[in-house]
Design a binder for this molecule. Sequence first.
Ligand code: NAD
Length: 311
Amino acid sequence: MSISLVTGGAGFIGSHIVRRLLKDGKQVRVLDDFSTGHRHNLAEVERHIHLVEGDIRDPDAARSACRNVDVVYHLAAQGSVPKSVDDPFAAHDRNITGTLNMLLAARDAGVRRFVYSSSSSAYGETPTLPKVESMKPDPRSPYAVSKLAAEQYCSVFAYCYGMQTISLRYFNVFGPRQDPNSQYAAAIPGILKRMLRGERPIIYGDGEQSRDFCYVDNVVQANRLAAEAARLGGEAVNIGCGERTTLNEIIRLINEHLGTRLQPDYQPPRAGDVKHSLASIDEARRVIGYEPQVFFAEGLKRSIAWFKENL
Ligand code: NAD
């Protein structure tokens, strides 16, 4: 029982976790339907892993993916807020039904630990910053509802079946291999792609919205700590850096790095987007010993270098 299963391992964050697991000497299986992930995200490691094309909503695929697995890192999801506003059922189906299906398969296979990639979107527009886990959730998009419901399934599986589950509530993650190409691209890759081409970055709103942007290496580290921490029982903890940056500031920093003077193209705000977000990471420190290693400025520098090379 020593296999690590990464659902969504061909996606942005999953592909980083896969590489880290290989470095840590683990046997890795990936379950992915390539709906938003790409085989090329795993190009140079593909021959060292067991890559299964399948759907987390398919009970047979889930069952066979969980066979002889020690830890499930569950990332597969429909990960976009605006996409969920356009198609709430797809978010519900992938994120809630898909997670329930994986939990059942993991329970039946006797998986030791289930580490779920949750989201800070659960907090919605709660005015208090930083966000602490004891706050009442206030989801503002179908995506946020679906991530929160799946989180509650994880804690209920700890409660009802004694499974060791944990939900990691990521704040905005960024870094290499984040997809800049979809119409639903996240803020930083979308901005970087345009600016590297000498085009004005598009901002929805006035650019003063702020986020706790968290470089992907921190999230990878949180997943590994969650897999190895002392006994868990359905906790939910924030994973961020505890500092926030506005989109206007990001554009200023990228202009500085690139030696450009591109001005934002401001568009109307999008439904479901929240104004400000910032993590308290005290609970993650306490429960899994998490401490961010790469802060925003360094993470942005590394991301610019990667996108310059790989776009
Ligand atoms: P991503 O879209 O790059 O990765 C998701 C992966 O899941 C893709 O490879 C996709 O093909 C796969 N997938 C989707 N539906 C599937 C299904 N039904 N069966 C099998 N595979 C399926 O997104 P990401 O940014 O890497 O996000 C990973 C996880 O982290 C998601 O659960 C997301 O909700 C969560 N998260 C991400 C962020 C962020 O800022 N990127 C923030 C909070 C939470």
